[in-house]
Design a protein around this ligand. Structure first.
Ligand code: UDP
Length: 477
């Protein structure tokens, strides 16, 4: 920073879902750490959290339209919706934020706006104000490129079943087609994202791979800026009082939990968590419990609390948990009912594998921690992420999920059986050459992740280049 180039003023607008908000706010702290003036536009309950976790960020608070949305006061989280109807209502509420946010942008125009792609109108506001804007969608660029290829080849839609991603750097095949309802919504958003001046990617170039970055940029003419992994940003900012951005308070005492993990051998525990949105039906949870028990490895299993069923009866519980499961596994396993401290868990040496839905944040957090993955995608981008993790980067194994849902709720046509689950867990946890190689590669990518944010690393250099680019644009105005 110098007198010639005063700090940039940047406004960040995260979407109100953990998988979007956590990474975008983490990336915002990277700009603040370079001395720029970063304001996050946010609703009251998240503002409270960010005030504590990220003192380097300025906040502009807008009220959440609770009355209009029918959501209870103070619940400003997409993850509080547990069915499609509620998710629709929630999304509608976020569209109402357009008025107060646009007003703020017009009254306090920054040098650049960084907005989640769930706010597609932002780029028009930015263009009217002649301010550059950057989009963020929370996906890996590999996945965005895959979605782009599918979108620009409409002929694909006519034949169901397995397909190969068209015009792609590698031959990547998927077992089933994404549901039209899900892709239509996503594709519209990806299209409007092109109105922005570039895409911020929460990943590092080595993980997506140069060939996919070039493929995306050449194919779309849109610039991608890899600035992540955001989950490491807090670690780097610890001396400035930064903590990891979280969206909810953990339901377990971290001290007791760490002492339980400390009692376990290194790499001996399987961590099972499906992110903030996925809600499996009881039958699927039951299969999961049986699979974990049959695999006979230690585990931490995160099971979201069911809405309105905080006092679950034995009868209710036996629908998803085999009789006597907790007693039989008292030593071997922990079930967390609610929000788990995922970064802390993945960072513990006892964790040997992560059974994950491949949400991009969870995937990146596992890569950064060097924890190999057992992949079980459920919706949207997760099926593409699985291909990157298993086939291209070799840091995980598939469990065998094939059913592509629109959202993470509701009944399934196809259950993933306990047999598939125990087989995948044992393949990775029982050792052997294949598992060793996956562990070696996982460690290699963890080292690359850390390197990318250090001086001279790829994400560090990208941030320098992006700041220089935005400064030039500002100075030319
Ligand atoms: N997460 C967490 N505790 C939980 C569940 C999720 O800390 O019990 C965090 C996780 O670390 C990640 C985010 O919530 O940062 C989930 O994002 P992801 O993209 O993996 O999945 P989504 O929730 O969007 O499906």
């Amino acid at each position: 920073m110098d007198h010639q180039h005063p700090p940039l003023k940047l406004h960040f607008i995260p979407y109100l879902a953990p998988g979007h908000l956590i990474p975008l706010c983490s990336i915002a702290t990277l700009f603040a750490a370079r001395g720029h003036h970063v304001t996050v536009i946010i609703t009251p309950s998240y503002a409270q959290i960010l005030r504590k976790s990220s003192p380097s960020l300025h906040l502009h608070v807008v009220e959440f339209p609770a009355r209009e949305s029918g959501f209870p006061e103070g619940v400003e989280l997409m993850s509080a919706a547990t069915n499609l109807e509620d998710a629709g209502k929630f999304h509608y509420a976020t569209t109402l934020l357009r008025v107060p946010i646009s007003r703020f942008l017009e009254q306090h125009p920054p040098d650049c706006i960084v907005a989640d792609f769930f706010y597609p109108w932002v780029h028009d506001v930015a263009n009217n104000l002649r301010i550059p804007s950057l989009a963020f969608n929370g996906f890996s660029l590999f996945t965005v490129a895959a979605m782009e290829s599918v979108r620009s080849n409409p002929a694909l839609d006519s034949n169901g079943g397995p397909f190969v991603i068209p015009d792609f750097p590698h031959h990547i095949s998927l077992c089933s087609r994404p549901p039209k309802r899900a892709t239509a919504f996503m594709e519209r958003l990806l299209e409007t994202e092109m109105k922005s001046d570039g895409l911020i990617v929460n990943s590092f170039a080595e993980l997506d791979g140069v060939e996919y970055i070039q493929h995306y940029e050449k194919g779309t003419g849109h610039k991608a800026w890899h600035l992540g992994p955001g989950c490491l940003a807090a670690k780097m900012g610890e001396e400035r009082g930064e903590k990891s951005v979280v969206s909810e308070k953990s339901v377990v005492s971290e001290k007791e939990f760490v002492s339980w993990l400390n009692s376990k051998q290194p790499k001996s525990v399987v961590y099972v968590c499906f992110g903030s949105m996925c809600r499996f039906p009881d039958k699927q949870l039951y299969e999961m419990a049986c699979g974990l028990e049959e695999a006979a490895h230690d585990f931490v299993w995160v099971v979201p609390e069911k809405k309105g069923k905080e006092d679950e009866s034995e009868e209710e519980k036996e629908k998803w948990l085999p009789k006597g499961f907790e007693e039989r596994n008292a030593e071997k396993g922990l079930i967390i009912r609610g929000w788990a401290p995922q970064l802390l868990i993945l960072g513990h040496t006892a964790i040997g594998a992560f059974l994950t839905h491949c949400g991009w944040n969870s995937t990146l957090e596992a890569v950064t921690a060097g924890v190999p993955m057992l992949t079980w995608p459920v919706v949207g981008d997760q099926f593409y992420n699985e291909r990157l993790v298993t086939e291209l980067r070799g840091v995980g194994l598939e469990v065998g999920a094939t059913e592509w849902k629109v959202m993470g709720y509701g009944e399934r046509e196809k259950l993933v059986t306990s047999h598939c689950i125990q087989k995948a867990v044992r393949r990775l946890m029982d050792g052997g050459d294949e598992a060793q190689e996956i562990r070696r590669r996982a460690q290699e990518f963890a080292d690359k992740a850390k390197q990318s944010l250090r001086d001279g690393g790829s994400s560090h250099n990208n941030l320098t280049a992006l700041i220089a680019h935005l400064t030039r644009l500002r100075d030319a105005r």
